[in-house]
Design a protein around this ligand. Sequence first.
Ligand code: FES
Length: 196
Amino acid sequence: MVDPLLGIGLGALFTLIAVTLHVTRGTEWTPTEDISEEILERRAATVAETDFPEPMNRAIGAGGGAAGAVAAGEAGGELEEAGAEEAAGDDPSAIPDDEAEVFEIEYVKEGTTIEVKENETLLEAGEEEGWDLPYACRQGQCISCSGQITDGGHSEDYVVHHTNEMLGDEEMSEGYTLTCVAYPTADFSLQTGESP
Ligand code: FES
């Protein structure tokens, strides 16, 4: 048998301990102030206004976007420059007009010699003269625009083919060229409308 007095005493002691702990911890805790609105306002103040409505999350969304856009803009500029140089390496059309060398090309059938820049194709240059030159795909994938360089030797001694999926080395060694993708690198005479 447990002594009733001892039981009451122990009960009172545990109750006292529980109350003491509750009061102690309760007085230490203070609610955190809600500053989320303040942070949002501060961030919103640093973001440029957009031209379109962006309710509720303008600061969060546009902030990251704006910073990203600035960074992307700077990086983009550098990449663009590098890209242009690289593109000009294998695509003559990327050479700026004011840097492009000019060659004298005689279009034999048309009876005229014209100046053609190294950044334009033989076909484009002829079309600018108003000549109705043959073509179809304009991508080096058919033979419709073919012509023949009559100065002797390989056609790639006179032109760069940006793409050429049709003419083999043997045909080019006879002077054949795809005028839609051929950029001049020398002066020469061209017979348009000639195919191997
Ligand atoms: S038009 Fe097709 S290869 Fe020139």
